[in-house]
Design a protein. Structure first.
Length: 222
């Protein structure tokens, strides 16, 4: 769906810029969608109707082997001293041997995210004793099929967990907490290359998605 709506916002240099919404769509709860975002376009992920987490993978649209490397990006940002807050990333780097900046976060209303893996069959076996529970792995598998990409081709640790909050206890136990995001909150990614986006409206149960999984809104701006 094309929606030529102009949105005015502040650029990184403090100047007011206008971006046009060229595509807008809903990703229904517990489903996935794959789509292309071209270089210099902006991907906006928007909360719709309350707390909801999205797992998002990014691939070079012209070389699917080059993919966003979550933990590697965290390391590179830390080395450069750019991670002023634990859960913020500015530059999203691809995995070695490429190590290119794939996207840049240019606006982030929450700043509360995780970077790493996504929910899977084995995860729900451990958490809920229900390996057949719908997962982000299922969503990625289905939405990438049309691009000739299998789950085996996808870097399972190369995911941006939008709006997800996690904590580590004193005994090093990892816990997922209720997302602080609310209706209308969003994050903007500026594409530094043509990227194939694999987007999953996470099917995880509470506390990740409040009481029930929800739809999410996506906009592409230029």
């Amino acid at each position: 769906m094309e929606k030529e709506t102009e949105i005015k916002e502040m650029s990184g240099g403090g100047k007011m810029v206008a971006r046009r919404v060229i595509s807008e769509f809903i990703v229904p709860k517990c489903t996935g969608k794959a789509f292309i975002v071209k270089k210099r376009q902006v991907l906006r992920v928007i909360e719709l109707g309350g707390r909801q987490v999205a797992d998002v993978a990014f691939l070079n649209a012209h070389n699917y082997k080059e993919q966003f490397a979550a933990r590697h990006s965290v390391m590179l940002e830390s080395i450069q001293g750019k991670r002023s807050r634990l859960r913020r990333l500015e530059k999203l780097y691809s995995r070695p041997p490429w190590e290119n900046v794939m996207l840049t976060v240019i606006d982030d209303k929450i700043g509360e995210h995780c970077f790493g893996g996504h929910c899977s069959e084995r995860g729900y076996e451990f958490m809920l004793n229900d390996p057949k529970h719908r997962s982000c792995s299922d969503n990625f598998k289905e939405c990438l099929k049309g691009y000739g990409i299998s789950l085996e081709d996808l870097d399972s640790a190369g995911v941006f967990n939008v709006f997800m909050k996690e904590t580590v206890d004193e005994d090093s136990t990892l816990s997922i907490e209720e997302s602080p995001a609310k209706d209308g909150d969003y994050i903007d990614f500026l594409a530094e290359m043509d990227v194939l986006v694999a987007f999953s409206a996470c099917p995880a149960p509470p506390p990740t998605n409040d009481e029930v999984p929800k739809d999410m809104k996506v906009q592409i701006l230029e």
